[in-house]
Unconditional design. Structure first.
Ligand code: SAH
Ligand code: SF4
Length: 358
């Protein structure tokens, strides 16, 4: 079985040639699957019927993730899908709409994709980390998540503008399939998304970060730091001992040097754990003069005993960073009411807890 969303344009041409058809049929298929979003091979009506039959007989498929649940926030700014893969495993994918805050800026439609079913990193505050690791996702399964939303937006006369690898799983632990998906999604003959509109978020796998820096891609990098020292970080990220905080900061610096893209550090703020003014100071000193940006993410409470700090506490943390001239934003909250924290929807469905699900 080969999913058509796995093939690069050159591979598509090769395949069409092997089937005995002319090259332009490859362009037709590419146009269909990246602009029209057919559900099945037989929906590509401009292809000869015999060609469609041959594709199916030769084991080609289209779109390896079927939508089983969809929930939207009341203002429709966040849409979350639960998708079922061919082996019946399920993953989440989210669409977020960011309305312009300034004049002359456009609405952004950002898709957040998953790269693994579950995650082996086991972060103690993360719903995905608590389910354990099931398997890596294939590039076509990652691409199909974006296609689901491109199709949904097309009905509204809009399109996907940004992509973040911040769903379930650790993207750099599924490196080859992640890169293949990025190359497909940015290929002008395939989905054609701008490289600079993509951000990969990692828990800080240093070897993966330096490999990514050498890819000749202009994608953004976000590193999930969560703590300014190794002792505290190990409480939140059990696998943290593999890469120390200072190694991670250094690899972010190297990424910037080699790609020219500034690195964002993500920091999930957890009440009474990593949210004190003292820890804010330690973090500020760690990143001082680094030109880095910190994205504070007030915790989305999932499993476990962790909770979100009060607003006052969050502002206080932010103020300490500002005083040290550290660029910092508090993540605009999206979809808390629809369980948009990574891994939450799947956890709810598997537990059959959420009565709101259609
Ligand atoms: N594995 C990658 C990408 C997926 S998680 C990583 O860890 O970076 C994307 C972001 O969501 C990470 O910064 C992660 O720390 C954060 N996150 C996970 N669970 C969360 C929760 N319950 N509340 C707030 N942020 C969370
Ligand atoms: Fe995995 Fe990221 Fe969740 Fe950690 S925060 S368990 S790395 S998905």
């Amino acid at each position: 079985m080969t999913d058509l969303y796995r093939l690069f344009p050159e591979e598509m041409e090769e395949m069409v040639k092997k089937l005995g058809y002319e090259r332009f049929r490859a362009d037709q298929i590419l146009h269909y699957i990246y602009k029209e979003f057919p559900k099945t091979i037989n929906d590509m009506l401009q292809l000869p019927a015999a060609m469609r039959e041959k594709l199916i007989a030769d084991g080609y498929t289209l779109g390896s993730a079927k939508q089983t649940h969809m929930i939207q926030s009341d203002n429709e700014d966040t849409v979350k899908l639960l998708l079922e893969l061919d082996d019946k495993k399920s993953v989440e994918t989210v669409l977020m709409r960011y309305r312009p805050l300034k004049l002359n800026t456009k609405t952004r439609h950002t898709v957040c994709v998953s790269t693994q079913v579950g995650c082996a990193m086991g972060c103690t505050f993360c719903a995905t980390g608590q389910m354990g690791f099931e398997r890596n996702m294939k590039a076509e399964e990652i691409v199909t998540q974006v296609i689901h939303f491109a199709n949904l937006l097309k009905e509204r006369g809009e399109h996907v503008t940004n992509l973040v690898f911040m769903g379930m799983g650790e993207p750099l632990a599924n490196y080859d399939e992640m890169i293949r998906a990025i190359r497909l999604l940015t290929n002008p003959r395939a989905f054609g998304l701008g490289q600079r509109h993509i951000t990969v978020s990692t828990i800080g796998l240093v070897s993966g970060i330096s490999k990514l820096a050498g890819e000749d891609l202009q994608i953004g990098l976000a590193v999930s730091l969560h703590a300014p020292n190794d002792t505290l970080r190990r409480r939140l990220v059990p696998t943290a001992s593999a890469n120390s905080v200072s190694e991670i900061i250094e690899s972010g610096r190297e990424y910037f040097k080699r790609t020219g893209r500034r690195v964002t550090f993500e920091y999930a703020l957890i009440e009474g754990v990593n949210d004190t003014p003292e820890i804010a100071n330690e973090l500020a000193e760690l990143l001082d003069g680094n030109g880095s940006h910190i994205n504070l993410i007030p915790l989305n409470p999932t499993a476990g005993d962790f909770s979100r700090p009060a607003k006052k506490r969050i502002l206080e943390f932010e103020r300490v960073l500002y005083r040290h001239n550290i660029n910092c934003t508090v993540r605009v909250e999206k979809g808390v009411e629809i369980a948009a924290a990574c891994g939450q929807l799947r956890t709810d469905v598997l537990n059959e807890k959420d009565a709101n699900l259609p």
